[in-house]
Design a protein around this ligand. Structure first.
Ligand SMILES: *[C@@H]1O[C@H](CO)[C@@H](O)[C@H](O)[C@H]1NC(C)=O
Ligand SMILES: *[C@@H]1O[C@H](CO)[C@@H](O)[C@H](O)[C@H]1NC(C)=O
Ligand SMILES: *[C@@H]1O[C@H](CO)[C@@H](O)[C@H](O)[C@H]1NC(C)=O
Ligand SMILES: *[C@@H]1O[C@H](CO)[C@@H](O)[C@H](O)[C@H]1NC(C)=O
Length: 460
């Protein structure tokens, strides 16, 4: 009996090894990974998973890593947290779903399945994305926010307390987009679970697009950048340049289709298929086998270039469009400081604001963060290999900017973290400077940067 079991196990094991080897060699592009994480996952840019930025979360999603954070001296204690958070993992937009469908059809109809990953796509994969999924939050996206809330409780145990929730000292603000509203609701669930509050507590998110989608309401940004093709000229040049051309040709060679059949939309669609299958379903899909590492770096650069010109340092108005959110932040912090200085209890211990990658990037740029010495351009892909402006590092799903105020014997200090890692503000050496020094550093913005003025068309 026992012998038979052992034999069976050996037999099964043998077959597993054989199939595994077959899988390993399934595509000649590059060898497959041992695990379910695509080798190119760190190049997904704004379509990237939060866990790729903090890999210790892969083993324990509720872990916090203290070695990534610098605290002020132990004589200080936290008095306020503002968290500005991107929504969680979502479905592709309807526009991108169409591109994915077109590319899938090309592979099924026209590609020659000499590569096993192609036969895998043709025989096992089906186009399951539907137009109505259009940008909605997926279950993983809800988990992203529930887990972030639970980690924030561990990071800030004296602020995220049951008492603060019950006394209305926690505020939730969100963009009106369904993926943001649903992220905020998931965040609240995580908060309630983490604090073991199981009765109904009044904690309704307030929708505020003037703050969380300020970019729609800044006329100058809309006219000069959003609706202006020539504002993204560098992005277009790169998509027609030699690096992207090479990615398209390699893709056509792999599919054995004429070069004219593969466009920049096709390679973008293939890259989406790889990234969405991974972030939504947690699988390393055969689509990922259509890219090698250099291809993925080119795709990443195309995304970063677009973010740079549309949301960041490419045009001055991009960051200036966030003036309203910048002022809202400092107004909030000032109020806390006023309360502390006059010995009145702080009325807002935690402010959570849920928005978009497009909410965070301009604000970070306004603060002069992640600014390379040389601009990102269509012609400098090669020399920008070590750039600090990397959207996948800065704004993966559930990206979060955490601004913390501390009360110390010498006064109020301010700490900033992005994605649960301390940041030192440009111009400072101390990662937790005095709040008044921070205000001095940004005094020009605090004294100006008026939304109405900067967003007017005739302003210069
Ligand atoms: C915390 O982060 C550091 C630096 O990235 C890393 O070396 C360490 O392994 C992490 N700690 C844990 C517990 O994963
Ligand atoms: C938001 O979440 C609710 C409940 O979880 C769900 O029924 C609804 O479809 C979600 N909306 C979107 C747009 O994802
Ligand atoms: C469009 O962008 C270009 C390049 O930045 C700029 O020169 C031009 O003035 C913009 N057009 C409008 C209508 O703002
Ligand atoms: C795919 O092949 C068909 C013929 O089988 C052809 O008509 C069509 O143009 C091809 N599509 C592309 C995008 O190359």
């Amino acid at each position: 009996m026992a012998k038979q079991v052992v034999t069976t196990i050996c037999f099964v094991l043998f077959h597993c090894i054989i199939s595994y080897c077959a899988f390993m060699s399934s595509c000649s592009v590059h060898s497959s990974t041992k695990n379910s994480i695509p080798e190119i996952a760190r190049y997904f840019g704004t379509k990237g998973r939060y866990e790729e930025v903090n890999t210790y979360l892969i083993d324990d999603i509720l872990a916090i890593n203290n070695s990534l954070v610098t605290l002020p001296s132990s004589t200080c204690h936290e008095i306020h947290l503002t968290a500005i958070i991107r929504h969680g993992t979502r479905f592709p937009t309807a526009k991108n779903i169409q591109k994915m469908r077109d590319f899938y059809d090309l592979v099924v109809r026209n590609a020659t399945d000499n590569l096993n990953c192609l036969s895998e796509i043709k025989s096992k994969w089906h186009m399951w994305y539907k137009d109505e999924m259009d940008g909605r939050l997926v279950e993983k996206g809800r988990e992203d926010h529930r887990h972030l809330a639970q980690r924030l409780i561990r990071w800030f145990p004296s602020l995220l307390t049951e008492d603060n929730v019950r006394q209305g000292r926690v505020k939730l603000i969100t963009s009106s987009k369904h993926r943001c509203v649903n992220s905020t609701i998931a965040f609240r669930e995580g908060l309630m679970t983490g604090l073991r509050i199981d009765d109904k507590v009044e904690l309704e998110p307030a929708v505020n697009d003037a703050l969380m989608r300020y970019f729609d309401q800044c006329e100058r940004f809309v006219k000069e950048v959003e609706n202006n093709k020539s504002a993204l000229e560098e992005v277009k040049r790169f998509s027609e340049g030699p690096e992207m051309k090479r990615v398209m040709e390699k893709m056509a060679d792999r599919l054995k289709v004429p070069y004219t059949s593969v466009t920049d939309d096709s390679v973008a669609a293939a890259f989406y298929l790889c990234s969405y299958e991974f972030t939504i379903l947690k699988v390393n899909s055969p689509w990922c086998q259509l890219f090698d590492e250099v291809d993925a770096q080119v795709m990443e650069y195309a995304v970063d270039l677009k973010q740079y010109w549309k949301r960041s340092y490419g045009h001055d108005i991009n960051s200036k469009s966030s003036c309203i959110l910048f002022h809202d932040l400092f107004y909030r912090l000032d109020q806390v400081v006023t309360h502390i200085n006059s010995d009145v209890p702080v009325s807002e211990a935690i402010t959570v604001q849920v928005g978009h990658a497009e909410t965070l990037i301009p604000l970070l740029s306004l603060l002069d963060l992640f600014k390379d010495d040389v601009p990102l351009e269509s012609t400098n892909f090669a020399t920008q290999q070590n750039r600090i402006f990397r959207s996948g590092r800065i704004v993966p799903y559930t990206a979060n900017l955490l601004v913390v105020l501390y009360k110390c014997p010498e006064g109020i200090r301010m700490g900033v973290r992005l994605n649960e890692k301390s940041l030192t503000l440009p111009g400072f050496t101390d990662p937790v400077p005095m709040y008044e020094e921070v205000k001095k550093r940004y005094s020009a913005l605090l004294g100006g940067c008026d939304q109405e003025t900067v967003c007017k068309m005739n302003y210069s």
